[in-house]
Design a protein around this ligand. Structure first.
Ligand SMILES: CC(C)(COP(=O)(O)OP(=O)(O)OC[C@H]1O[C@@H](n2cnc3c(N)ncnc32)[C@H](O)[C@@H]1OP(=O)(O)O)[C@@H](O)C(=O)NCCC(=O)NCCS
Length: 149
């Protein structure tokens, strides 16, 4: 039976086309289909999708490395934005990684990406660095959240 609210689960290779489609619509210079496919073969990679009515509506992709979770990709389809999907994906990523504190969650975000910066701020991330001209047309802000216990 279809659920009445979105569910969050591990991504499968079957989800690749839809993830690639969302990636293309969400980012100007996003990951290619091949970049995403490679994540499925990496032991340190964790990819979750949000699904509603058999449709993928968002995803998060991260690397689980010793003492760190590095968030690489996060996107939610337009029609589902501002409904808490990204926040839930991040929370579920942290739960799925089952890291033993202390550890850090790290990522880079475009300086102009006010939506993503607001999202991470609301989850207690701090902005602790700037990489000038990291992207073709923007600087990168380094974000970190330290999980102590
Ligand atoms: C950034 C993005 C992932 C947010 O997804 P989302 O599901 O809409 O986010 P949520 O609904 O979970 O938002 C949680 C909080 O983040 C903040 N936020 C999210 N989008 C925001 C926006 N457009 N403007 C201001 N604050 C925003 C708010 O504090 C929000 O809480 P609220 O709705 O209760 O006020 C989505 O806009 C997206 O896919 N953007 C394109 C791709 C992208 O930029 N990815 C991030 C790269 S690091």
């Amino acid at each position: 039976m279809a659920s009445t609210t979105p569910i969050i689960r591990h991504a499968h290779l079957n989800d690749l086309d839809k993830i690639a489609e969302i990636e293309t619509s969400a980012f100007d210079h996003g990951w290619t289909r091949d970049n995403i496919r490679k994540e499925f073969g990496a032991s340190f990679s964790v990819m979750l999708v949000a699904e509603f009515d058999d449709e993928i509506i968002g995803y998060i992709s991260a690397w689980k490395i010793t003492g760190e979770i590095q968030i690489n990709r996060l996107a939610v389809v337009d029609a589902w934005r501002r409904r808490g999907i990204a926040r839930e994906l991040i929370k579920m990523l942290i739960a799925h990684c089952r890291m033993r504190p202390p550890y850090k969650i790290l990522l880079e975000v475009r300086e102009k990406n006010t939506a993503a910066r607001a999202l991470y701020r609301s989850l207690g991330f701090s902005e602790n660095g700037l990489r000038k001209n990291y992207y073709r047309d923007d600087n990168a802000i380094l974000l970190v959240k330290e999980i102590e216990q």
